[in-house]
Design a protein around this ligand. Structure first.
Ligand code: ADP
Ligand code: MG
Length: 729
C-alpha cells in the first residue's frame, strides 16, 4: 500500500514497509519499541508500569511523554491531536486540536504539553447525558487513560491524527462515557477475584486480576453503487423492505467458502491498517449468509480490547468505499438472511498470565477453577435480566427474541465434561474427569486426532468454549464496553458472595482440610441453586422456550422489556456497591437506551414511509397502468382475456393493500411525530407504543411491499433487490 499524504505529498516511508506484518505491527501506536526508543529510561519504566500493571500514573512524567508523543506524531505526518473517547452515543468521539500554536511575533511553534495530554475539556452538552447535565451545564472533561496506547489514526486520504484514549466525565465527576464504568468494573472483578486466590493461597506474585476479551466481528459487504440507491441502507444501515431472494444460504455454500478476490483485497487492507494500530487480528472467513464475513483478533486485556474493537469497526467501515463496498455492521441488514453478532470471548486471568477459567487436565481436582466457573454460573442465573439488558437495542431485537441465533433467554452451555463434574459435585466429591479420547478417521494415512470432551453448541447465548466464555448474544454494531461492564460487575458480585461464604465456612485459621470442606459445601449449594441456567440442547427450539419458562428463566423478547431491569433498586444497589455506577449514572444510561430505541425505530419508520410513498407506490401505479393498458388493448382487439383481467384484479388488490398498510404505518407514527431525542412525552410510554404498535405496522407494510415486489416488472421496480445486493458479484 502506498499512501501519499494528501496535504503535503510527503512520502511516508514508514507506510511503505509493506512486506511483513511483524514489521508494521503497532507502528501507529505509542507503545513497545516506539516508547522504548523515545522515552528516557526512568520515564519509560514509570509509564510501562502504569500500562502493564494499571498502577497510578505519576503526573510528573506527563510533560516528557507529551513531548515524545508529539515529536513522534509530527514525524509521521500528524498535524493535530485529539482526546478520543466513547460517549453514550455508542460510537467514538474526537475533537481535534492543532499542534500548531501561533506566537505574537508572527511565527508558530508546535506545542503539546503534559497537561494537554492528561486532560481535555470538550463541551459535554451535545452528548447524551440522560439528564445528568442540562444543555446549559456544558463543562466536561476528558482524562488520559494511559493503560491504552495512544495511536495515530490515518484516514484513507492520508491525514494523520494523534489520538489519546480518554475517559469522559462531567464537571460533577459523573461518567458520561462507556470507558469509565468499564475501568471501574475491571477493578471490581480484580478485588473480589484476589480474595478467592488468597483463600486458595494461589496469589503469590499476583498483584491483580484482569479480564481478557477477544471479539469476533461479523459484517456484510454490499456494493456501494447499490447501497446508494437504497435510502433505507443509507439512513438506517438495514433494509426495511425487500423480498427474499430465490437463493439464500440453503446450500451452505458461503460459510468458510473461498473468499472472492475483491473481498480479499479489502480484508488485506483492513488487516494492514489494523496491524499498524497494534490490533492483533488473526482470523478471517466467509460467514453463513451470502455477502457476510467475519474478522477476529487475538484476545487482549479487556480495556485495550474494547478500544481496539471500536477501532476495528471504524477501519472496517472506512476501508470499504475504496474497494467499491459499503460495510454493514447492522445486526440484521436483510430480513430472512442470517443476522450478524459479535461473539464476546471473555475470561479472567492473573497479571502473571494464569487463565482462571482454564479447567486443565484433571478438572475435578481443580477446585479453584470450579469456584470461578460456578461464580459465572451463579452470576448469569442471578442477573440474567441485566445481562439481557446489556445487549438490548432496536437492531439486536431482530436477532434475540426473533427465533434466531441466539434466543433472548440467557442460559449457559457447559458441555458434557463440565456437566458431568457438576453432577458429581451435586452428589458429593467429584472423582473423575471425562476424557475426549481420540478419533480414528479410518484411513491409515490420516493422523489420529484428539477429540474434545464436548461438542460445540451454536445456539447458546453464553457458551463455555474450552477456557473462556463466549457471550454470543452481543450485537454486531454494539460498543462492547457496556456488556463487559455488566458482565464484570455481576461476576464481581458473585465472587464477593462466594468469597465471603468460603471465608466464613473455613474460619479464622483455615487448615487445608477446612478449606476443602468449605469449598465442597459452597460448590454443592451453588450447583443446586443455579444449575437451572445451564442448558446444552437446541436453544432455537420451541421445547427450550417451554422448558426455560418451567425453570423460571426470564425470556425478555424486546428492548423495552429488557431495559426495565435497569430501573430496579436491586440493579442500582449492585452497581453502586461495586463502585461501577452511581444510581444517577445508571439512571442516565437507562434513559438514554430507551430514547435510542425509540429514536432508531422512529427513523426507520419515517424512512419506510418515505420509500413507500415516493418509490414503491408510484412504481406500483406504473405497473398497474401497464397491465391496465394490456387488458384494454386486448379487449379492444376483441379477444377474451380472463387471465390478464385476473392478473390486473389481483395486482390492484396488492397495491391497495400496500396503500392501506402505508396509511396505518403513518398513523402509528403520529405519537412520535416530534423529532429530536425520541419526541416529546414519556420515553417509556413511547417505547411501549413503538414495540406494540409501530413495529407491527412496519412489519405489515413491509409484507405488503414484498408481496408487490414479487409481481412488479423488474424494469419498473425502483430498488436493488436482495439477489442483486447479496448474490450477484
Ligand atoms: P472460535 O470461537 O470460532 O472457535 P477461537 O477459539 O479462535 O474461535 O476464539 C475466538 C476468540 O476468542 C479469539 O478472539 C480469541 O483470541 C478469543 N479468546 C481465546 N482465549 C481467550 C481468553 N482466555 N480470553 C478472552 N478471549 C479469548
Ligand atoms: Mg466463536
Amino acid at each position: 500500500m502506498t499512501t501519499a499524504n494528501a496535504r503535503g505529498n510527503r512520502p511516508m516511508e514508514w507506510i511503505n514497509t509493506t512486506n511483513r506484518a511483524s514489521d508494521i505491527y503497532g507502528s501507529h501506536t505509542f507503545s513497545g519499541d516506539v516508547m522504548l526508543k523515545r522515552l528516557p529510561p526512568d520515564i519509560h519504566s514509570a509509564l510501562e508500569k502504569t500500562m502493564s500493571r494499571a498502577t497510578v500514573l505519576d503526573p510528573a512524567i506527563a510533560n516528557t511523554v507529551a513531548q515524545a508523543m508529539r515529536d513522534w506524531a509530527i514525524e509521521h505526518g500528524a498535524t493535530h491531536y485529539c482526546h478520543w473517547f466513547q460517549p453514550l452515543t455508542g460510537s467514538t468521539a474526537e475533537k481535534h486540536d492543532a499542534f500548531l500554536t501561533p506566537s505574537s511575533d508572527g511565527t508558530a511553534i508546535e506545542k503539546f504539553s503534559g497537561s494537554q495530554l492528561i486532560q481535555g475539556e470538550p463541551d459535554a452538552s451535545s452528548f447524551p447525558s440522560g439528564g445528568i447535565r442540562d444543555t446549559y451545564e456544558a463543562r466536561g472533561y476528558t482524562a488520559w487513560d494511559a493503560t491504552s496506547p495512544a495511536f495515530l489514526l490515518e484516514n484513507t486520504n492520508g491525514d494523520v491524527t494523534l489520538c489519546i484514549p480518554t475517559a469522559f466525565v462531567s464537571w460533577t465527576g459523573e461518567a458520561l462515557d462507556k470507558k469509565t464504568p468499564l475501568l471501574r468494573s475491571i477493578q471490581a472483578v480484580s478485588k473480589q477475584a484476589m480474595r478467592i486466590l488468597r483463600f486458595f493461597g494461589s496469589d503469590r506474585n499476583v498483584t491483580q486480576v484482569i479480564t481478557t476479551l477477544g471479539c469476533e466481528q461479523e459484517y456484510f459487504l454490499v456494493d456501494r453503487e447499490l447501497y446508494l440507491e437504497r435510502l433505507d441502507l443509507a439512513l438506517c444501515g438495514r433494509t426495511v423492505i425487500g423480498a427474499a431472494p430465490p437463493k439464500g444460504h440453503e446450500l451452505s455454500d458461503h460459510y468458510f467458502g473461498s473468499i472472492p478476490d475483491r473481498v480479499m483485497a479489502y480484508m488485506t487492507e483492513v488487516e494492514e491498517r489494523l496491524f499498524r494500530l497494534g490490533i492483533p487480528v488473526k482470523t478471517r472467513h466467509n460467514e453463513v449468509a451470502p455477502g457476510q464475513y467475519e474478522i477476529a483478533p487475538t484476545f487482549e486485556n479487556a480495556n485495550v480490547a474494547v478500544d481496539h474493537q471500536m477501532l476495528t469497526m471504524y477501519v472496517l467501515r472506512t476501508t470499504a468505499p475504496k474497494h467499491g463496498f459499503v460495510c454493514l455492521l447492522h445486526e440484521k441488514p436483510f430480513a430472512g438472511v442470517n443476522g450478524s453478532g459479535k461473539h464476546n470471548n471473555w475470561s479472567i486471568s492473573t497479571d502473571t498470565g494464569v487463565n482462571l477459567l482454564d479447567p486443565r487436565d484433571e478438572t475435578h481436582t481443580n477446585m479453584q477453577f470450579l469456584v470461578f466457573l460456578c461464580a459465572v454460573m451463579a452470576a448469569v442465573d442471578t442477573r440474567a435480566e441485566l445481562l439481557r439488558a446489556s445487549i438490548a437495542s432496536a437492531a439486536n431485537d431482530h436477532r434475540l427474541g426473533a427465533n434466531e441465533a441466539p434466543p433472548a433467554i440467557m442460559s449457559i452451555y457447559l458441555g458434557s465434561m463440565l456437566e458431568d463434574i457438576l453432577d458429581q459435585l451435586e452428589s458429593g466429591t467429584p472423582k473423575k474427569t471425562m476424557k475426549g479420547g481420540s478419533l480414528d478417521l479410518g484411513a491409515h494415512t490420516l493422523p489420529q486426532i484428539p477429540r474434545h470432551t464436548s461438542d460445540r453448541n451454536r445456539t447458546s447465548p453464553f457458551a463455555f468454549t474450552g477456557n473462556k466464555f463466549e457471550f454470543r448474544a452481543v450485537g454486531s454494531s454494539a460498543a462492547v464496553a457496556w456488556p463487559n461492564t455488566v458482565l464484570n460487575t455481576i461476576i464481581a458480585e458473585s465472587l464477593d458472595k462466594i468469597a465471603t461464604e468460603l471465608e466464613r465456612k473455613a474460619g479464622k485459621s483455615p487448615t487445608p482440610a477446612k478449606i476443602e470442606t468449605a469449598v465442597k459445601a459452597v460448590l454443592k449449594s451453588l450447583v443446586k441453586e443455579h444449575r437451572r441456567v445451564c442448558f446444552d440442547g437446541d436453544g432455537y427450539s420451541e421445547g427450550w422456550h417451554k422448558e426455560a419458562e418451567k425453570r423460571g428463566l426470564p425470556n425478555l423478547r424486546s428492548t423495552p422489556d429488557a431495559l426495565a431491569v435497569l430501573r430496579t433498586k436491586s440493579a442500582a444497589a449492585m452497581f453502586e456497591r461495586y463502585g461501577v455506577l452511581s444510581p444517577r449514572e445508571l439512571q442516565a444510561r437507562a434513559e438514554i437506551m430507551v430514547e435510542q430505541y425509540v429514536t432508531t425505530v422512529a427513523i426507520e419508520a419515517r424512512t419506510l414511509a418515505t420509500m413507500l410513498r415516493t418509490q414503491i407506490l408510484p412504481a406500483a401505479m406504473r405497473a398497474q397502468s401497464e397491465l391496465g393498458e394490456t387488458v384494454s388493448a386486448t379487449q379492444a382487439a376483441g379477444v377474451e382475456c380472463p387471465d390478464t383481467e385476473l392478473a390486473l384484479t389481483e395486482f390492484v388488490g396488492l397495491a391497495s393493500a400496500l396503500r392501506q398498510a402505508t396509511a396505518s404505518l403513518e398513523k402509528a407514527m403520529e405519537p412520535l411525530s416530534h423529532r429530536g431525542h425520541g419526541g416529546n412525552g414519556d420515553p417509556e410510554k413511547q417505547a411501549k407504543h413503538v414495540r406494540e404498535k409501530l413495529v407491527p405496522a412496519m412489519e405489515a407494510a413491509r409484507a405488503a411491499s414484498d408481496a408487490l415486489e414479487a409481481v412488479v416488472p423488474d424494469d419498473i421496480w425502483p430498488l436493488p433487490t436482495y439477489a442483486e445486493m447479496l448474490l450477484v458479484r
